[in-house]
Ligand binder design. Sequence first.
Ligand code: GLN
Length: 240
Amino acid sequence: MKITIGHLYPDLLNLYGDRGNIQCLMKRCEWRGIEAETIAYELNDRIDFGALDIVLLGGGSDREEMIVCTRLQEIRDDFKRYVENDGVVIAICGGYQLLGHYYRTSEGEMKGLSLVDLTTEQGEGRLINNVVLKSDLFDMPIVGFENHGGRTDIRGNRPLGKVLYGSGNDGKSGFEGVVYRNVIGTYLHGPLLPKNPALADLLIEKALQKKYGSDVRLEALPDKEEQEANRYVYDRFVPH
Ligand code: GLN
């Protein structure tokens, strides 16, 4: 089995170690004998979504998002087809905002991909925090770090998780991130996946199932360090 990961515009969207998410996905495949390849795209490269099994859209400053959003409009139809065909996407922070219809800031409005029915508006002050979530996708809590000025309204969509600590999508709804088909959007970085192996495996498993059939199951990995890192953050921030 093999998966191909498409990393969109790492030169521009690569805040707070998003590249670590790619390394984590690659390693977790390799440890199981699954071949994994990453293709990093620059802004003007042509993307053949048909050749990709996981797409990663990382975080960026407002300035970088502004540069990327113009190009995203040109690849939007192909990207939309990929998503509606159950392609796997992990979009972090700036990338998460650009999944939606727009990101409105004091500098102007960035048009998003409209792949998911959500919108983002810049609020007063930045939401900077450690974050712990409880997701209904798996038992292990999701831990990470957030640093965003945008407040995201996911409308009727399903959130990635309920906020146990931190601000989340908008600092008031009590929810963080979004899940739409096989797309996950989240403000959490740090990077996200090494500390959240259950989430990394969910992405890999969905990608393999789409390619090789719904009965594909990933074998469990020992994950001692990963579980300890996750547990440490949970214990530090969630009163119990
Ligand atoms: N520029 C966006 C914001 O401030 C996203 C930041 C990020 O990707 N960390 O809301």
